[in-house]
Design a binder for this molecule. Structure first.
Ligand SMILES: [Mn+2]
Length: 425
Protein backbone atom coordinates (compact mmCIF):
# COMPACT_ATOMS: atom_id res chain seq x y z
CA UNK A 1 0.00 0.00 0.00
CA UNK A 2 1.22 3.46 -0.93
CA UNK A 3 1.05 6.21 1.67
CA UNK A 4 -2.08 8.26 0.86
CA UNK A 5 -2.71 12.01 1.07
CA UNK A 6 -4.93 11.22 4.05
CA UNK A 7 -2.00 9.57 5.88
CA UNK A 8 0.20 12.64 5.42
CA UNK A 9 -2.66 14.90 6.57
CA UNK A 10 -3.13 12.79 9.68
CA UNK A 11 0.57 13.04 10.57
CA UNK A 12 0.47 16.84 10.23
CA UNK A 13 -2.63 17.06 12.39
CA UNK A 14 -1.08 14.90 15.06
CA UNK A 15 2.05 17.09 15.04
CA UNK A 16 -0.13 20.20 15.40
CA UNK A 17 -1.77 18.62 18.46
CA UNK A 18 1.60 17.89 20.06
CA UNK A 19 3.24 21.17 18.95
CA UNK A 20 0.76 23.88 17.90
CA UNK A 21 3.07 26.66 16.53
CA UNK A 22 3.75 26.79 12.74
CA UNK A 23 6.71 24.70 11.56
CA UNK A 24 8.78 24.83 8.38
CA UNK A 25 10.20 21.54 7.08
CA UNK A 26 12.77 21.51 4.30
CA UNK A 27 13.57 18.69 1.88
CA UNK A 28 17.20 19.81 1.55
CA UNK A 29 19.30 19.84 -1.61
CA UNK A 30 21.65 17.28 -3.15
CA UNK A 31 25.16 16.92 -1.74
CA UNK A 32 27.73 17.78 -4.38
CA UNK A 33 30.94 16.09 -5.32
CA UNK A 34 31.96 19.29 -7.11
CA UNK A 35 29.84 22.25 -8.27
CA UNK A 36 28.42 20.69 -11.47
CA UNK A 37 28.18 17.12 -10.15
CA UNK A 38 25.58 16.20 -7.54
CA UNK A 39 25.20 12.93 -5.63
CA UNK A 40 21.81 11.25 -6.02
CA UNK A 41 19.26 13.30 -4.11
CA UNK A 42 17.06 11.99 -1.33
CA UNK A 43 14.84 14.34 0.69
CA UNK A 44 15.26 14.59 4.46
CA UNK A 45 13.33 11.90 6.33
CA UNK A 46 11.34 14.45 8.36
CA UNK A 47 10.20 15.99 5.08
CA UNK A 48 9.28 12.59 3.60
CA UNK A 49 7.37 11.71 6.75
CA UNK A 50 5.18 14.83 6.76
CA UNK A 51 5.16 15.83 3.07
CA UNK A 52 6.09 12.75 1.03
CA UNK A 53 7.43 14.34 -2.14
CA UNK A 54 11.05 13.31 -2.75
CA UNK A 55 12.20 16.49 -4.48
CA UNK A 56 15.04 18.95 -3.74
CA UNK A 57 14.83 22.52 -2.46
CA UNK A 58 11.28 22.30 -1.17
CA UNK A 59 9.85 23.88 1.94
CA UNK A 60 6.54 23.03 3.51
CA UNK A 61 4.82 25.13 6.18
CA UNK A 62 2.63 23.29 8.66
CA UNK A 63 0.06 25.50 10.38
CA UNK A 64 -2.63 23.93 12.54
CA UNK A 65 -2.33 20.73 10.51
CA UNK A 66 -2.59 22.51 7.15
CA UNK A 67 0.29 22.20 4.70
CA UNK A 68 1.51 24.91 2.35
CA UNK A 69 4.12 23.80 -0.16
CA UNK A 70 6.51 26.44 -1.46
CA UNK A 71 7.51 25.44 -4.95
CA UNK A 72 8.39 27.13 -8.23
CA UNK A 73 7.74 25.38 -11.51
CA UNK A 74 10.97 25.17 -13.55
CA UNK A 75 11.50 27.86 -16.19
CA UNK A 76 12.18 27.02 -19.83
CA UNK A 77 15.97 26.90 -19.37
CA UNK A 78 15.78 24.56 -16.35
CA UNK A 79 13.15 22.31 -17.90
CA UNK A 80 15.42 21.71 -20.94
CA UNK A 81 17.82 19.88 -18.59
CA UNK A 82 15.59 18.55 -15.86
CA UNK A 83 12.26 18.10 -17.61
CA UNK A 84 9.00 19.93 -17.00
CA UNK A 85 7.57 20.31 -13.50
CA UNK A 86 4.74 18.18 -12.15
CA UNK A 87 1.05 18.87 -12.45
CA UNK A 88 0.13 20.86 -9.33
CA UNK A 89 -3.30 19.25 -8.94
CA UNK A 90 -1.67 15.84 -8.98
CA UNK A 91 0.76 17.03 -6.30
CA UNK A 92 -2.13 18.19 -4.12
CA UNK A 93 -3.94 14.91 -4.60
CA UNK A 94 -0.88 12.74 -3.92
CA UNK A 95 0.40 14.45 -0.77
CA UNK A 96 -2.59 16.40 0.47
CA UNK A 97 -1.04 19.87 0.20
CA UNK A 98 -3.65 22.48 1.05
CA UNK A 99 -1.90 25.24 -0.85
CA UNK A 100 1.06 25.67 -3.20
CA UNK A 101 2.78 29.07 -3.12
CA UNK A 102 5.88 30.52 -4.83
CA UNK A 103 9.24 29.95 -3.14
CA UNK A 104 9.66 33.71 -2.66
CA UNK A 105 6.84 33.68 -0.07
CA UNK A 106 8.43 31.36 2.51
CA UNK A 107 7.72 33.06 5.86
CA UNK A 108 10.16 33.30 8.74
CA UNK A 109 9.02 30.48 11.05
CA UNK A 110 10.50 27.80 13.29
CA UNK A 111 12.45 25.29 11.16
CA UNK A 112 12.43 21.58 12.03
CA UNK A 113 16.12 20.69 12.26
CA UNK A 114 18.41 19.29 14.96
CA UNK A 115 18.66 22.79 16.52
CA UNK A 116 14.86 23.13 16.88
CA UNK A 117 13.35 23.59 20.38
CA UNK A 118 13.10 20.50 22.58
CA UNK A 119 9.31 20.37 22.56
CA UNK A 120 9.19 20.34 18.75
CA UNK A 121 11.80 17.60 18.49
CA UNK A 122 10.06 15.56 21.19
CA UNK A 123 6.77 15.84 19.29
CA UNK A 124 8.36 14.62 16.05
CA UNK A 125 10.09 11.77 17.88
CA UNK A 126 6.83 10.70 19.53
CA UNK A 127 5.20 10.44 16.10
CA UNK A 128 8.04 8.76 14.23
CA UNK A 129 8.87 6.36 17.08
CA UNK A 130 5.57 4.48 16.84
CA UNK A 131 4.79 3.72 13.24
CA UNK A 132 1.30 4.40 11.93
CA UNK A 133 -0.43 1.91 9.61
CA UNK A 134 0.98 3.50 6.44
CA UNK A 135 4.49 3.45 7.88
CA UNK A 136 4.16 -0.17 8.98
CA UNK A 137 3.08 -1.15 5.49
CA UNK A 138 6.06 0.72 4.03
CA UNK A 139 8.49 -0.92 6.44
CA UNK A 140 7.14 -4.34 5.55
CA UNK A 141 7.70 -3.59 1.86
CA UNK A 142 11.26 -2.44 2.49
CA UNK A 143 12.07 -5.52 4.57
CA UNK A 144 10.47 -7.87 2.01
CA UNK A 145 12.56 -6.25 -0.70
CA UNK A 146 15.64 -6.71 1.47
CA UNK A 147 14.81 -10.39 2.03
CA UNK A 148 14.57 -11.04 -1.71
CA UNK A 149 17.93 -9.37 -2.34
CA UNK A 150 19.59 -11.47 0.38
CA UNK A 151 18.22 -14.68 -1.15
CA UNK A 152 19.79 -13.71 -4.48
CA UNK A 153 23.12 -12.95 -2.80
CA UNK A 154 23.17 -16.27 -0.93
CA UNK A 155 22.64 -18.15 -4.17
CA UNK A 156 25.24 -16.09 -6.05
CA UNK A 157 28.32 -16.95 -4.02
CA UNK A 158 30.94 -19.16 -5.72
CA UNK A 159 34.62 -19.70 -5.01
CA UNK A 160 36.74 -17.19 -6.96
CA UNK A 161 33.88 -14.70 -7.25
CA UNK A 162 34.66 -11.23 -5.99
CA UNK A 163 32.77 -9.49 -3.23
CA UNK A 164 31.71 -6.71 -5.61
CA UNK A 165 29.95 -9.30 -7.76
CA UNK A 166 27.79 -10.27 -4.80
CA UNK A 167 27.19 -6.56 -4.14
CA UNK A 168 26.04 -6.24 -7.77
CA UNK A 169 23.55 -9.08 -7.27
CA UNK A 170 22.05 -7.25 -4.28
CA UNK A 171 21.86 -3.95 -6.14
CA UNK A 172 20.25 -5.53 -9.21
CA UNK A 173 17.60 -7.11 -7.03
CA UNK A 174 16.50 -3.88 -5.33
CA UNK A 175 16.90 -1.72 -8.44
CA UNK A 176 14.62 -4.05 -10.38
CA UNK A 177 11.96 -3.39 -7.76
CA UNK A 178 12.34 0.38 -8.00
CA UNK A 179 14.28 0.62 -4.75
CA UNK A 180 17.81 1.46 -3.71
CA UNK A 181 19.96 0.96 -0.62
CA UNK A 182 19.24 2.31 2.84
CA UNK A 183 22.97 2.49 3.76
CA UNK A 184 26.38 1.52 2.37
CA UNK A 185 26.21 -2.28 2.09
CA UNK A 186 28.73 -4.53 3.82
CA UNK A 187 29.65 -7.57 1.72
CA UNK A 188 32.80 -9.07 3.15
CA UNK A 189 34.64 -12.28 3.89
CA UNK A 190 36.29 -10.21 6.62
CA UNK A 191 33.20 -9.71 8.72
CA UNK A 192 35.36 -8.83 11.73
CA UNK A 193 35.87 -5.35 10.22
CA UNK A 194 32.55 -4.04 11.43
CA UNK A 195 31.96 -1.37 8.80
CA UNK A 196 34.18 -2.81 6.10
CA UNK A 197 33.74 -0.44 3.14
CA UNK A 198 35.71 -2.56 0.63
CA UNK A 199 34.38 -5.10 -1.84
CA UNK A 200 37.53 -6.35 -3.52
CA UNK A 201 38.03 -9.63 -1.66
CA UNK A 202 37.96 -12.92 -3.57
CA UNK A 203 35.69 -15.59 -2.13
CA UNK A 204 37.27 -18.94 -1.22
CA UNK A 205 35.44 -22.17 -0.55
CA UNK A 206 35.09 -22.41 3.21
CA UNK A 207 35.00 -18.66 3.77
CA UNK A 208 32.10 -17.16 5.59
CA UNK A 209 30.62 -14.19 3.76
CA UNK A 210 28.96 -11.52 5.88
CA UNK A 211 26.26 -9.54 4.05
CA UNK A 212 24.72 -6.56 5.87
CA UNK A 213 22.38 -5.02 3.35
CA UNK A 214 19.19 -3.00 3.43
CA UNK A 215 16.80 -1.90 0.73
CA UNK A 216 15.24 1.55 0.66
CA UNK A 217 11.84 1.32 -0.97
CA UNK A 218 10.34 3.93 -3.28
CA UNK A 219 8.88 6.04 -0.49
CA UNK A 220 12.20 6.03 1.35
CA UNK A 221 11.62 3.40 4.09
CA UNK A 222 14.50 1.20 5.20
CA UNK A 223 15.18 -2.49 5.69
CA UNK A 224 18.41 -3.69 7.32
CA UNK A 225 19.30 -7.38 7.46
CA UNK A 226 22.48 -9.34 8.01
CA UNK A 227 23.23 -12.95 7.20
CA UNK A 228 26.54 -14.79 7.35
CA UNK A 229 26.93 -17.90 5.24
CA UNK A 230 29.54 -20.27 3.85
CA UNK A 231 30.64 -19.88 0.25
CA UNK A 232 29.09 -22.81 -1.67
CA UNK A 233 29.75 -25.40 0.96
CA UNK A 234 28.83 -26.22 4.52
CA UNK A 235 29.97 -24.52 7.72
CA UNK A 236 33.30 -25.77 9.06
CA UNK A 237 32.97 -27.22 12.59
CA UNK A 238 34.33 -24.16 14.45
CA UNK A 239 32.34 -21.76 12.26
CA UNK A 240 29.22 -23.81 12.97
CA UNK A 241 29.87 -23.76 16.72
CA UNK A 242 30.16 -19.99 16.84
CA UNK A 243 27.27 -19.57 14.42
CA UNK A 244 25.02 -21.46 16.82
CA UNK A 245 26.22 -19.29 19.70
CA UNK A 246 25.34 -16.12 17.78
CA UNK A 247 22.01 -17.56 16.64
CA UNK A 248 21.09 -18.52 20.21
CA UNK A 249 22.02 -15.03 21.36
CA UNK A 250 19.85 -13.53 18.62
CA UNK A 251 16.90 -15.74 19.58
CA UNK A 252 17.33 -14.87 23.26
CA UNK A 253 17.25 -11.18 22.30
CA UNK A 254 14.18 -11.62 20.08
CA UNK A 255 12.34 -13.28 22.99
CA UNK A 256 12.84 -10.09 25.02
CA UNK A 257 11.25 -7.91 22.32
CA UNK A 258 7.86 -6.99 23.67
CA UNK A 259 6.16 -3.78 24.82
CA UNK A 260 7.22 -2.60 28.26
CA UNK A 261 10.60 -4.33 28.06
CA UNK A 262 13.70 -2.14 28.10
CA UNK A 263 15.73 -2.41 24.91
CA UNK A 264 18.88 -2.55 27.00
CA UNK A 265 17.50 -5.83 28.42
CA UNK A 266 17.26 -7.11 24.84
CA UNK A 267 20.94 -6.22 24.51
CA UNK A 268 21.76 -7.86 27.81
CA UNK A 269 19.93 -11.07 26.91
CA UNK A 270 22.07 -11.38 23.79
CA UNK A 271 25.28 -10.67 25.74
CA UNK A 272 24.37 -13.27 28.34
CA UNK A 273 23.43 -15.99 25.85
CA UNK A 274 26.56 -15.32 23.81
CA UNK A 275 28.73 -15.47 26.93
CA UNK A 276 27.11 -18.73 28.03
CA UNK A 277 27.94 -20.15 24.61
CA UNK A 278 31.53 -18.93 24.71
CA UNK A 279 31.98 -20.39 28.20
CA UNK A 280 30.65 -23.73 26.95
CA UNK A 281 33.09 -23.68 24.03
CA UNK A 282 35.89 -22.78 26.44
CA UNK A 283 36.85 -19.33 25.08
CA UNK A 284 35.72 -17.72 28.34
CA UNK A 285 35.82 -19.02 31.90
CA UNK A 286 33.59 -18.07 34.79
CA UNK A 287 30.05 -17.16 35.65
CA UNK A 288 28.36 -15.78 32.48
CA UNK A 289 26.32 -13.10 34.29
CA UNK A 290 29.43 -11.86 36.06
CA UNK A 291 31.43 -11.87 32.82
CA UNK A 292 28.74 -9.76 31.14
CA UNK A 293 28.74 -7.37 34.10
CA UNK A 294 32.50 -6.93 33.67
CA UNK A 295 32.15 -6.51 29.90
CA UNK A 296 34.25 -9.53 28.92
CA UNK A 297 31.83 -10.46 26.11
CA UNK A 298 32.54 -7.11 24.42
CA UNK A 299 35.96 -8.43 23.36
CA UNK A 300 33.95 -10.54 20.88
CA UNK A 301 30.74 -8.48 20.59
CA UNK A 302 31.77 -4.83 20.84
CA UNK A 303 28.63 -3.23 19.39
CA UNK A 304 25.05 -2.75 20.51
CA UNK A 305 22.22 -5.19 19.79
CA UNK A 306 20.57 -2.83 17.29
CA UNK A 307 18.72 0.40 16.65
CA UNK A 308 15.46 2.04 15.65
CA UNK A 309 14.34 1.39 12.07
CA UNK A 310 12.14 3.67 9.96
CA UNK A 311 12.66 6.19 7.21
CA UNK A 312 16.32 6.14 8.20
CA UNK A 313 18.12 2.90 8.79
CA UNK A 314 19.32 4.29 12.14
CA UNK A 315 16.07 6.12 12.53
CA UNK A 316 16.22 9.76 13.62
CA UNK A 317 19.92 9.65 14.47
CA UNK A 318 20.12 13.02 12.70
CA UNK A 319 18.91 14.18 16.13
CA UNK A 320 21.82 12.48 17.92
CA UNK A 321 20.78 10.22 20.82
CA UNK A 322 17.59 12.20 21.39
CA UNK A 323 15.38 9.57 19.74
CA UNK A 324 17.41 6.54 20.79
CA UNK A 325 17.80 7.43 24.46
CA UNK A 326 14.82 8.13 26.68
CA UNK A 327 14.86 11.60 28.26
CA UNK A 328 17.37 11.76 31.12
CA UNK A 329 19.39 8.77 29.88
CA UNK A 330 22.79 8.87 28.27
CA UNK A 331 25.34 6.41 26.99
CA UNK A 332 27.35 4.17 29.24
CA UNK A 333 31.13 4.60 29.24
CA UNK A 334 31.73 0.83 29.33
CA UNK A 335 33.33 -0.64 26.20
CA UNK A 336 30.55 -2.43 24.30
CA UNK A 337 27.63 -0.84 26.13
CA UNK A 338 28.82 2.59 24.95
CA UNK A 339 27.90 1.50 21.40
CA UNK A 340 24.26 0.75 22.29
CA UNK A 341 22.23 3.04 20.03
CA UNK A 342 18.88 2.61 21.74
CA UNK A 343 17.95 2.72 25.41
CA UNK A 344 14.21 3.13 25.91
CA UNK A 345 11.30 0.97 26.89
CA UNK A 346 9.86 -0.80 23.86
CA UNK A 347 6.37 0.22 22.78
CA UNK A 348 3.87 -1.23 20.32
CA UNK A 349 4.48 -0.11 16.71
CA UNK A 350 8.17 0.64 17.22
CA UNK A 351 10.51 -1.08 14.77
CA UNK A 352 13.97 -2.19 15.85
CA UNK A 353 16.79 -4.38 14.60
CA UNK A 354 18.21 -7.32 16.57
CA UNK A 355 21.75 -8.04 15.44
CA UNK A 356 24.28 -9.69 17.72
CA UNK A 357 27.63 -10.76 16.32
CA UNK A 358 30.86 -12.55 17.14
CA UNK A 359 34.08 -11.09 15.77
CA UNK A 360 37.67 -12.25 15.94
CA UNK A 361 39.23 -8.78 15.97
CA UNK A 362 43.05 -8.93 16.21
CA UNK A 363 43.17 -5.33 17.46
CA UNK A 364 41.32 -6.53 20.56
CA UNK A 365 42.23 -10.21 20.94
CA UNK A 366 45.97 -9.69 20.38
CA UNK A 367 46.13 -6.52 22.41
CA UNK A 368 47.72 -7.11 25.86
CA UNK A 369 46.25 -3.87 27.20
CA UNK A 370 42.70 -4.78 26.18
CA UNK A 371 43.08 -8.36 27.43
CA UNK A 372 44.68 -7.42 30.75
CA UNK A 373 41.47 -6.83 32.77
CA UNK A 374 40.17 -10.25 31.68
CA UNK A 375 43.30 -12.43 32.02
CA UNK A 376 41.58 -14.61 34.61
CA UNK A 377 38.63 -15.47 32.39
CA UNK A 378 40.13 -15.86 28.91
CA UNK A 379 41.46 -19.07 27.42
CA UNK A 380 43.81 -17.61 24.81
CA UNK A 381 44.68 -20.95 23.29
CA UNK A 382 41.05 -21.83 22.67
CA UNK A 383 40.34 -18.31 21.43
CA UNK A 384 43.20 -18.66 18.94
CA UNK A 385 41.62 -21.86 17.59
CA UNK A 386 38.54 -19.86 16.52
CA UNK A 387 40.46 -17.19 14.59
CA UNK A 388 39.25 -18.52 11.21
CA UNK A 389 35.65 -17.68 12.14
CA UNK A 390 36.47 -13.96 11.61
CA UNK A 391 33.01 -12.35 11.77
CA UNK A 392 29.44 -13.63 12.15
CA UNK A 393 26.39 -11.41 12.56
CA UNK A 394 22.71 -12.28 12.28
CA UNK A 395 20.23 -9.41 11.98
CA UNK A 396 16.45 -9.36 11.78
CA UNK A 397 13.94 -6.49 11.73
CA UNK A 398 11.23 -6.55 14.35
CA UNK A 399 7.95 -4.69 14.67
CA UNK A 400 6.66 -4.41 18.23
CA UNK A 401 2.99 -5.23 18.66
CA UNK A 402 0.42 -4.82 21.44
CA UNK A 403 1.53 -8.23 22.61
CA UNK A 404 4.98 -9.40 21.68
CA UNK A 405 6.55 -8.62 18.37
CA UNK A 406 6.56 -9.64 14.74
CA UNK A 407 9.77 -10.61 12.99
CA UNK A 408 9.40 -8.87 9.62
CA UNK A 409 12.32 -10.82 8.16
CA UNK A 410 11.26 -14.29 9.30
CA UNK A 411 11.21 -15.44 5.65
CA UNK A 412 14.99 -15.15 5.35
CA UNK A 413 16.62 -18.39 6.58
CA UNK A 414 19.01 -18.23 9.49
CA UNK A 415 19.06 -21.81 10.82
CA UNK A 416 22.37 -23.39 9.96
CA UNK A 417 20.98 -26.21 7.82
CA UNK A 418 18.48 -23.97 6.03
CA UNK A 419 21.32 -21.62 5.10
CA UNK A 420 23.43 -24.47 3.79
CA UNK A 421 20.56 -25.59 1.57
CA UNK A 422 20.04 -22.10 0.10
CA UNK A 423 23.72 -21.36 -0.58
CA UNK A 424 24.20 -24.72 -2.29
CA UNK A 425 21.00 -24.54 -4.34
MN1 LIG B 1 21.46 -2.70 11.54
Amino acid sequence: MQTQAQDFRQRRQRLAQLYPPPVLIRSGGPARRNPPQAYPFRASSHFLYFAGWNHPHLTVLLTEGRATLFYDQPGVEESIWDGPGPDLDELRAAYGFDEIRPGSEIPDRQVLDPQAPDDLLEAVIQLRLRHDAAARSQLEQAVDMTVRAHFQAMRATRPERREFQILATLLVSVTQEGGSTSFSPIVSRRGEILHNPLYDGTLQRGDLLLVDFGAENREGWAGDLTRTFPVRTTFKPRQAEIYEVVLNAQKAALRECRPGREYREVHRAACLAMTEGLVQLGLLRGDPAELVERGAHALFFPHGIGHLLGLDVHDMEDLGDRAGYAPGRSRSTQFGLQSLRLDRPLEADMAVTVEPGFYWIPQLLENPERLAPFRDCLDLQTIEAYREVRGIRIEDNVLLQEEGARNLSAALPKELQEIEIVVNS
